[in-house]
Design a protein around this ligand. Structure first.
Ligand code: CMC
Length: 427
């Protein structure tokens, strides 16, 4: 027998609402007919109790600290897989066999260059522009280069957009960095892995051979895996909402990047490093924590809307962080020592314990990225690079759904009642 919820409303007959169960996680009360049957909307700003869509891609249990991509626990993927394989998993819904893996990798490599005209597009930006502002612009601009394959009702066009997004994002991300530094752009190199290639495009000098450190390559690949998808977060919901109008995939991804930029979302890893700089020294930690508890500012990299237990990504990232600091001999670096001091206090302090505020993935990823040599202003760009596969997978899932509708939330209006216009001389 399927479950039902009954809503008792003054002046109405009781309203029966179907309760739908997914494969895992909380059941949902289906309110799709509520307005038609009662004339009432539900009110849930911030969507704290609202499932905005049905999805088969990622599952999170925030209380237990679980994260699965297509059913696979994130810990297993981070340990045994690589980012491109995870991309395949997210896009196609299953792990590839050896031949599918090879074909997919070749397909991505084939698309990793960008139109030469895009290099001129960059020259319109100021050199000191934030790389995220350039990313929003150049990703949106990709639509101008693929006008012959933007028919979103055509599955082949949707598929090629996925390859293009996955393949070109590292190239464009590295170009943002190189442009801001006044360095020449590096073309991708197809003898390197996806992640090593990104490092090459970021750091190689035209005058010297660039040798990729495998420990750092693995750490960065792991950052990509951990950030590849995260269910209906703000930027993914933005991509879905933008895509629901039928907008082209590049415009939708640009919208996702714009949303990700905010400090409460993808900007947090950048905010963590800025916070460490502001605190400056372990001796200032106590005073800083007083300000956090007086709610003058937040401890960046702590807390999560969904995880009310340790973020499973943070556990993996902490291990990676230790490996990278060891590899680079940075265990005694004052900034990293400061971060560890903050972490220790926050994990024990009743303010954080009572509110279930644990370190999130961004607390550690910022430290790892900084140790690898990626500048703070590029942190959110790296997050965008990794998350783009999640965005495009959600976009595709939504567009392929025959019941898909334009996203159009309603509101609780609290403005003025109807009133008549008054001529300016009479006001
Ligand atoms: N530092 C200090 N206090 C905090 C923090 C923090 N980082 N986060 C939440 N709180 C307090 C908040 O003041 C509130 O206290 P009270 O109950 O006394 O009013 C309580 O904890 C609940 O906070 P909330 O704002 O209702 O929680 P939320 O679920 O709306 O916010 C969050 C989630 C991530 C926006 C928030 O924890 C935050 O601002 N964290 C810092 C920014 C950050 O690290 N963001 C990255 C998120 S992970 C990356 C991603 O997946 O996008």
């Amino acid at each position: 027998m399927s479950k039902k919820a009954t809503l008792h409303l003054e002046g109405h007959d009781p309203v029966e609402l179907p309760v739908i169960s997914g494969q895992l996680g909380s059941d949902v009360i289906d309110i799709r007919r509520l307005y038609a049957d009662t004339g009432l909307f539900t009110f849930d700003p911030g969507f704290t109790s609202t499932a905005s869509c049905e999805s088969k891609i990622t599952f999170i249990d925030g209380d237990k600290g679980l994260l699965y991509y297509r059913g696979y626990p994130i810990e297993q993927l981070a340990e045994h897989s690589d980012y491109l394989e995870v991309c395949y998993l997210l896009v196609f819904g299953k792990l590839p066999n050896a031949e599918e893996k090879e074909q997919f990798e070749l397909g991505v490599l084939r698309h990793n260059m960008v139109h030469e005209q895009l290099t001129w597009f960059f020259r319109g930006f100021r050199r000191d522009a934030h790389p995220m502002s350039m990313m929003v612009g150049v990703i949106g601009a990709l639509a101008a280069f693929y006008q012959d394959s933007l028919d979103i009702s055509n599955p082949d066009h949707r598929r090629i957009a996925e390859y293009r997004i996955i393949a070109k994002i590292p190239t464009l991300a590295a170009m943002c960095y190189r442009y801001s530094k006044g360095l020449p752009f590096n073309y991708p190199r197809n003898n390197l892995s996806y992640t090593a290639n990104f490092m090459h495009m970021m750091f190689a000098k035209p005058t010297e051979e660039y040798v990729v450190n495998p420990v750092l390559e693995r750490a960065l690949d792991r950052i990509f895996i951990l950030h590849a998808d995260h269910e209906q977060n703000a930027s993914t919901s933005t991509v879905r909402l933008a895509g629901s109008s039928g907008a082209n995939p590049f415009a939708c991804i640009a919208a996702g990047i714009a949303c990700l930029w905010g400090p409460a979302h993808g900007g947090a890893n950048e905010a963590v490093l800025k916070m460490l700089d502001e605190i400056g020294d372990v001796s200032h930690v106590e005073e800083f924590m007083r300000g956090v508890k007086e709610k003058r500012y937040r401890l960046m990299g702590f807390g999560h809307r969904v995880y009310k237990n340790m973020d499973p990504r943070a556990k993996i990232m902490k291990k990676t962080c230790d490996e990278v600091l060891k590899e680079l001999g940075l265990q005694d670096d004052p900034k990293f020592k400061l971060a560890m001091a903050l972490e220790k206090i926050a994990l024990e302090d009743p303010y954080f314990v009572e509110r279930k505020l644990y370190p999130n993935v961004d607390f550690y990823s910022g430290i790892v990225l900084s140790a690898i040599g990626i500048p703070v202003s590029m942190f959110t760009v790296v997050f965008a690079l990794a998350r783009s596969v999640g965005w495009i997978s959600h976009w595709h899932e939504m567009i392929a759904d025959p019941h898909q509708k334009i996203g159009r939330p309603r509101q609780l209006y609290t403005g003025e009642q109807r009133r008549d216009f008054v001529a300016v001389e009479d006001r």
